[in-house]
Design a protein around this ligand. Structure first.
Ligand code: HAM
Length: 429
C-alpha cells in the first residue's frame, strides 16, 4: 500500500495549518463586515448539477471532474462552489424569504488538472455569492473589498482586470462577430483552439497559447457590441469603482473559463515571485441567468472565489506568533495528580498547556518542552509538593521563580509582560 496522498493532493501539517487558520479567519472577518453569512454545502453533488450550471462546454466539466457511480447515480466532487450554493439557495427557497442573500463559503474543490505550482487537484477556495441584487454597485463593492483584503495581507503587484460580457443576447451577437473574425484565421490557431472555436469561440480570447493570443489581440471587442442596458451597467460599475478609488484595468478579453458569466467579469492577479505562471489569485463575475436556468425564479447573481493556496504562496513565509505555551513537568505519581489539576486554571486563563504524563526524567521532559517551543516549564516533584510551591522556568530568558500554585496564573502573566521578552503578550489577553 502506498502512503503518499493522491496525485495533486496534499496534507497540510500543523505548522502550515496555522497559516491557513489565520488566512481563513481574516477572510471571515472581512466578508462578515459586508453582511455575508457562511453556508456549508456537501462536497459531492449530482454530476448533472455541474453540467447544467458550470456548463458542458467548460473544460472543468468536460474533462476535469472526479466522477463516481453510486446506485446508478452519477456523482461528482465539486470542482467549484457556485453550483452547490445555487442548488441550496433554490432547494431551500431562500428567495421567498430574502430579497437579497449574501453567502460565503470556504473549503476544498476538486479538478483533475495537471498539477504544478499553484495548481492542484484538491485545492481550497474562499468565495462569496450574492443573489437578488442586479445593480453594479455590489459588483464594485466586492471588487474593492477584495483589493483591500489582498492589500492588507501584504500582497504586492496586484492587477485587477474587469470586463463585461453583456447579457445572453449580446453574447450571441458577439459570438457571430467573433466567429466571422476567427474563421479565416482558423489555420493559424493552436490545435486545441481550432478544435473548439466553433463550439465556444470566446475561449480563444483567453487561451494561453502564443498563436491564439496574437489572433485574440486583433479580435473585435465585446465592449463595442454591448446593448444599451449592458452599457449602462458597465458604466455604472466603472463609476462606482472610480468613486471607491479602486485601481483596475479594462481587459475586453477577460471571458473567464466558466460558461455562466453575464455582464461583469473580473480577476485579480499578482506578480509575486512564488506564484509562477498560475498568478490568478481569484476570479468572479455575474451570472444573472443561472438561477432561472436551474428552474428557479429570475434572480440576478454575482460572486467570486479566491484560491487559498495561491494566496499563501503570494504572502510567502510569515511566522505567526504562536501562543506561548506552558509545559507542566511532574516528577512522580503524586506530582502528576497535582499537575493535572494545575493545568485547568492555566488553560482557562488562555495559556496553551500540556501536561507531560509520560513519567520520564526531568531531562527528557525539558527536552520535550523545548522541542515544542514552550515558553514556560512548570516543574513539580515531591519536594515542591511538601513545601506547597512549584518552580516556573522561563525557557526564553533562562531564569526561574518559585511560586504558590494558587498564584501561578498571575506569576506567568507577570513574567510574560516583562519587557524585551520578544513575545506577544496580547496572545493571552
Ligand atoms: P475559477 O476562476 O475557476 O472560478 O477559480 C477561482 C480561483 O480558484 C482561481 O483564480 C484560482 O486562484 C483558484 N483555482 C482554480 N483552480 C485551481 C487549481 N486547480 N489549483 C489551485 N487553485 C485553483 C470559480 O471557481 C468560480 N466559482 C468563481 C465564482 C464564484 N464566480 C461566481 N461566483
Amino acid at each position: 500500500m502506498k502512503l503518499k496522498p493522491v496525485k495533486g493532493m496534499q496534507d497540510i501539517l500543523p505548522a502550515e495549518a496555522s497559516r491557513w487558520q489565520a488566512l481563513e479567519q481574516r477572510f471571515r472577518r472581512t466578508v462578515e463586515l459586508y453582511g455575508f453569512q457562511e453556508v456549508r454545502t456537501p462536497l459531492l453533488e449530482a454530476t448533472a448539477l455541474f453540467q447544467h450550471s458550470t456548463g458542458e462546454t467548460t473544460e472543468v466539466v468536460e474533462k476535469q471532474m472526479f466522477t463516481l457511480l453510486r446506485d446508478d447515480e452519477s456523482l461528482s466532487l465539486r470542482p467549484e462552489g457556485t453550483p452547490s450554493c445555487a442548488r441550496a439557495y433554490l432547494n431551500e427557497t431562500v428567495y421567498a424569504r430574502q430579497p437579497v442573500t449574501r453567502w460565503y463559503y470556504l473549503g476544498p474543490m476538486f479538478r483533475a488538472e495537471r498539477p504544478q505550482r499553484g495548481r492542484q487537484r484538491q485545492f481550497h477556495q474562499a468565495g462569496c455569492e450574492i443573489y437578488g441584487d442586479p445593480g453594479p454597485a455590489c459588483d464594485a463593492e466586492i471588487i474593492d473589498m477584495l483589493y483591500e483584503f489582498l492589500t492588507a495581507l501584504g500582497i504586492e503587484g496586484l492587477t485587477i482586470s474587469v470586463n463585461s460580457l453583456g447579457s445572453r443576447e449580446t453574447r450571441a451577437r458577439y459570438r457571430q462577430e467573433l466567429l466571422a473574425y476567427l474563421k479565416p484565421l482558423a489555420g493559424s490557431l493552436s490545435q486545441h483552439a481550432r478544435e473548439r472555436f466553433e463550439q465556444n469561440p470566446l475561449r480563444v480570447l483567453d487561451s494561453k497559447d502564443e498563436r491564439d493570443r496574437e489572433i485574440a489581440a486583433g479580435a473585435p471587442s465585446i465592449l463595442e457590441v454591448l446593448s444599451d442596458d449592458d452599457r449602462a451597467h458597465w458604466q455604472g460599475l466603472r463609476a462606482c469603482l472610480d468613486a471607491l478609488g479602486t485601481p483596475y484595468s479594462v481587459d475586453p478579453r477577460l471571458v473567464r473559463g466558466l460558461d455562466y458569466y453575464t455582464r461583469t467579469t473580473f480577476e485579480i492577479s499578482a506578480n509575486s515571485g512564488q506564484l509562477g505562471s498560475q498568478n490568478a489569485l481569484l476570479g468572479g463575475g455575474r451570472y444573472d441567468e443561472m438561477i432561472a436556468g436551474l428552474g428557479g425564479p429570475d434572480t440576478p447573481a454575482i460572486g467570486f472565489a479566491i484560491g487559498l493556496e495561491r494566496i499563501l504562496l503570494a504572502v510567502g513565509e510569515q511566522t505567526h506568533a504562536r501562543p506561548a505555551w506552558v509545559a507542566v513537568a511532574p516528577l512522580g505519581a503524586r506530582a502528576l495528580e497535582q499537575a493535572l489539576k494545575l493545568a485547568k486554571p492555566l488553560r482557562n486563563a488562555g495559556f496553551v498547556t500540556e501536561v507531560d504524563g509520560r513519567g520520564t526524567s526531568l531531562k527528557s521532559m525539558l527536552r520535550r518542552a523545548n522541542a515544542g517551543s514552550a515558553r514556560f516549564c512548570v516543574l513539580l516533584g515531591d519536594a515542591e509538593l511538601d513545601r506547597g510551591v512549584v518552580q516556573v522556568k522561563d525557557l526564553l530568558r533562562h531564569d526561574q521563580q518559585e511560586v504558590a500554585p494558587s498564584q501561578l496564573v498571575e506569576a506567568l502573566q507577570a513574567m510574560l509582560a516583562r519587557a524585551d521578552t520578544g513575545q506577544e503578550s496580547e496572545d493571552h489577553a
